[in-house]
Design a protein around this ligand. Structure first.
Ligand code: NAP
Length: 412
């Protein structure tokens, strides 16, 4: 009997961890991991932080050592693009076809492009891939003035790294505060102030009208919608990402804000799975579909999809988690809070050491520890308890969070 072939499209963190898990679970069929980039799988967090700043080596960004894939008999095909998914096989850009018994789509997301006059000038960068990061690492090395378009995660972390390397940084974002949709006003103000204290000029509530070029077509200034002109040596655009679901939708899979999957990470075609940034997955804890664009989701959802492909019982219910480091401010956020009616703080907000909780109807939806450590698992336990909690108790540092989580979980 021929052994089955499990094909993974997307040689990302999700894809690499899925391939690793297939072997860890003893799967001895064929595992093929296909990636469009020339690189073997790497992790993205260093691309806005230590690697970007020149503080860590390229080798540290990779998910696995170079010889891992051969050792594990994982056929890694980099520089290879899948052009179509058909029943039981995929077509590749070079005309080849590869058969599959199970298929995992870990195709990720791609940067949303800014569509304004001058957006094609040289010196305007996006930051998504290791190759993008290499270019920006060199720009940071050279110094100068940069405009960052977007005060989301890319904008905020890039701005912090660029300031740490001594560049002049201006951030432009139509929102009044950094990441306000996620944080709300008070935490948004906290992060705005952190960037202001580190010398970032923040043009919030302002957008980009156009880029101005000179000479060989190199950007020299950004014009904003409010009429300002900011001179720069280069610009970085981080205005969100779009899930790469084109292949899936062309193949007739259900697509809505990414590839729709159940809690087993299975698409509308039972032998095709999806995980990572591209997967809009039914979440059994939240009882709705959510698509999470963060590192921890890639790390955990890839292996979960691998187990589901092997027919093991899977119900992916991780509480979404992410972290961010900006200057000397580190944080971890857990939960999912598309809306809330109250934000409760515990600790010293002005001193930058606190935990914030987002509550709806007295229930904790999300929590974030800022320069306070070893509490995030308690934050997750508080969320999982799904019990109402008094704001005063939550805010009281005299009540340890682990104790409170235990009490809530016990329903007392
Ligand atoms: P993002 O976090 O979604 O933030 C995009 C920001 O750009 C938002 O504030 C958005 O405002 C703003 N924006 C939208 N259109 C704009 C425009 N025309 N001009 C100026 N600003 C505009 O996306 P990102 O920063 O590009 O990050 C890309 C992906 O990488 C995301 O999935 C993110 O989660 C991930 N990432 C994560 C981390 C981390 O976990 N620490 C770090 C880096 C990147 P609106 O809200 O109004 O659209």
């Amino acid at each position: 009997m021929t052994k089955p072939t499990f094909l993974i499209v997307g040689a990302s963190l999700t894809g690499a961890k899925a391939a690793e898990e297939l072997r860890a679970q003893g799967f001895d069929g064929r595992v093929t991991l296909i990636g469009a980039e020339a690189e073997r799988p790497y992790e993205r967090p260093p691309l806005t932080k230590d690697y970007l700043r020149g503080e860590s080596e390229r080798a540290q960004a990779y998910v696995h050592p170079d010889d891992f894939y051969a050792q594990q008999e994982i056929e890694l095909e980099t520089g290879t693009r899948v052009t179509a998914i058909e029943p039981g096989k995929v077509r590749l850009h070079d005309g080849r076809q590869l058969g599959y018994d199970r298929l995992l789509l870990a195709t990720g997301a791609e940067p949303r492009r800014l569509d304004v006059p001058g957006a094609d000038l040289d010196g305007i960068y996006y930051l998504r891939t290791l190759a993008d990061c290499d270019l920006l690492r060199a720009r940071l090395e050279a110094g100068g003035r940069v405009v960052t378009v977007g005060a989301g995660w890319i904008g905020s972390e890039f701005a912090a790294s660029a300031r740490q390397r001594g560049l002049e940084v201006t951030v432009v974002d139509p929102q009044p505060l950094p990441n306000e949709r996620i944080f709300g006003r008070d935490v948004g103000v906290f992060y705005r102030d952190v960037h202001a204290q580190h010398g970032v000029t923040q043009l919030l509530g302002d957008g980009v009208d156009s880029f101005e070029g000179e000479g060989e077509g190199e950007v020299v200034a950004v014009r904003t919608t409010s009429g300002r002109r900011i001179e720069c040596d280069f610009a970085v655009v981080g205005i969100g990402v779009v899930p790469r679901a084109g292949l899936a939708s062309a193949a007739g899979l259900e697509v809505a804000n990414g590839i729709v999957v159940n809690d087993k990470l299975q698409t509308s075609v039972p032998r095709i799975f999806a995980a990572g940034d591209v997967a809009n997955a039914w979440h059994p804890f939240y009882r709705e579909r959510i698509r999470v664009e963060h590192w921890a989701n890639a790390l955990h959802q890839g292996p979960a999809a691998a187990r589901a492909m092997l027919g093991q019982p899977v119900s992916y219910d991780h509480i979404p988690y992410f972290f961010s480091d900006q200057y000397d401010v580190g944080m971890e956020y857990s939960g999912y809070a598309p809306s809330w009616d109250e934000v409760v703080f515990r600790g010293d907000r002005s001193g930058g050491e606190f935990v914030a909780f987002w509550l709806r109807d007295g229930h904790i939806q999300a929590g974030m520890n800022v320069n306070v450590w070893d509490v995030n698992e308690h934050v997750q336990a508080l969320i999982r308890a799904r019990q109402p909690v008094a704001a005063a108790v939550l805010a009281d540092p005299g009540t340890p969070l682990d104790e409170l989580a235990r009490k809530l979980a016990a329903g007392s």
